[in-house]
Design a protein around this ligand. Structure first.
Ligand code: AMP
Ligand code: GLY
Length: 428
């Protein structure tokens, strides 16, 4: 079967790496891909939201399955576009339709969804530009810190935790009146702060049934000990030692089951991944957010831990028979460390020559890279994600850092403390 994977990050390199291990995958194309996906598949120079050309490419190349990596094409309705075109409607798409993608595309939509289905989450109220005064009055009644969230997609920057009432008030005005996050902050949620430890769980659903992938913890801040601005993700570890059986059972009963049942009840035909960001508050799970795709860099630790044929799982997702499958997880720890360009997440330079001399380069997933006349160059903020596998967090991170010691470029930066905070938990 010919398959098209959409995206160009480390997540897509890891997906391409895993999908091409399947005997079901005859030919894999990646649009637009990066220098890493080109090592295992064929890159196609079409943008992730150029539906017209993606559709044409699928027809011309007999594509039977499309796997959508990032959220933007899903929120823009790629699945609806394919389903509404008779030449494309027979192609299976792993990813929800535009309504399902609202679980990520609108924090107000997802909050109301959680409330309708009794899914534990932080208390919140939503305000628009005509309701600034009401919002400011509401802020005065909230306990600090106060969480403000832009409703729409804001590339991971739309959530701010305000330590004081006055900062929350100023920011609310900035978001609603001055459109600090553009259209994403047309509506703003004022949310209760949850005090706990974060982790993410990943579910693949065909709309009725679901399978659970391994959980992961990511490291969002640029600086060590979780300091400095948020990034797309600086590292990840799987499994997460504090996600014990009792907690996982609670997540399953209180979060995953009502989410899948809620989607079915609302007739949202969700076929794809649900990535649930959770806060463990005193042993109880609360949903921070839904995403409608896999995480980056979480994918780079999840996929190396699963034994299944991923393409088979994707076929079952589009065919609606995921009940015949379960995810088989390896009893190993995976840790990934993201290597970024100096200056990221603010201004950074591209086009630096990457020197790499590793025997373990199978686990070096590319994100912002490109080839130029045989030279590998940096081409983004997050450049590579290096995954190590071991029988402990220490072992896995040691492997990743050993591989990293063979990689260099001008301005290379990475966090040296990935997984360190988890070492005090009892062994997995
Ligand atoms: P989100 O974009 O919704 O994942 O939020 C980004 C980050 O903000 C999360 O990973 C959390 O660290 C933090 N966050 C979001 N909502 C809350 C909340 N209600 N309480 C505490 N932290 C939060
Ligand atoms: N690593 C967080 C995300 O993919 O949204």
């Amino acid at each position: 079967m010919n398959i098209l994977l959409i995206g160009n990050g480390g997540r897509e390199h890891a997906l391409a790496w895993k999908m091409t291990q399947s005997s079901r995958c005859e030919k894999l194309y990646v649009a637009p891909g990066n220098a890493g996906t080109a090592l295992v598949a064929e890159n196609v120079s079409i943008a992730v939201d150029d539906f017209k050309n993606l559709g044409r490419f699928c027809v011309d190349n007999n594509i039977r399955l499309v796997v959508v990596g990032p959220e933007v094409p899903l929120v823009k309705g790629i699945r609806n576009y394919f389903e509404n075109d008779s030449t494309l409607s027979g192609i299976g798409i792993v990813g929800p339709d535009q309504t399902g993608a609202q679980l990520e595309g609108s924090k107000d939509f997802s909050k109301q969804f959680m409330l309708r289905h009794g899914i534990p989450t932080a208390k919140a109220k939503t305000f628009n530009a005509a309701q600034v005064e009401e919002g400011l009055t509401y802020i005065k009644t909230c306990q600090t810190p106060i969480v403000l969230k832009a409703d729409g997609l804001a590339a991971g920057k739309g959530v701010v935790i305000c330590p004081t009432h006055s900062e929350a008030g100023t920011l609310l005005q900035d978001m609603l009146t001055n459109k600090k996050f553009g259209d994403a902050s047309t509506k703003v949620l004022i949310e209760e702060f949850l005090d706990g430890i974060e982790l993410s769980v990943f579910v693949l659903t065909d709309g009725k049934h679901y399978v659970c992938f391994p959980e992961a913890k990511d490291y969002k801040r640029i600086g060590e000990k979780d300091t400095g601005p948020n990034t797309g993700g600086m590292g990840a570890v799987s499994p997460v030692p504090f996600a014990n059986k009792d907690f996982r059972n609670k997540v399953d009963r209180q979060v995953i089951q009502p989410t899948i049942a809620g989607l079915a009840k609302e007739k949202i035909d969700f076929k794809g991944f649900i990535f649930i960001g959770l806060m463990n508050v005193g042993g109880n799970p609360f949903v921070i957010e839904y995403n409608v795709r896999l995480g980056d860099p979480e994918t780079q630790v999840i996929l190396p831990r699963i034994e299944n044929d991923l393409v088979e799982l994707f076929e079952a997702t589009v065919n609606g028979n995921l009940d015949q499958y379960s995810v088989k997880t390896k009893n190993e720890v995976a840790a990934t460390v993201v290597l970024v360009s100096g200056g990221y997440p603010e201004k950074y330079e591209k086009g630096k020559t990457i020197s790499m001399n590793s025997s373990n380069d199978e686990m070096v997933f590319h994100a912002g890279t490109r080839m130029d006349n045989g030279r590998l160059l940096t081409d983004g903020g997050r450049v590579l994600a290096v995954t190590g596998i071991g029988d402990s967090i220490e072992g896995a991170t040691k492997k990743a850092y050993k591989t990293i010691s063979t990689i260099s470029w001008d301005g290379l930066y990475f966090r040296k403390d990935i997984g360190k905070d988890l070492l005090n938990y009892t062994k997995i």
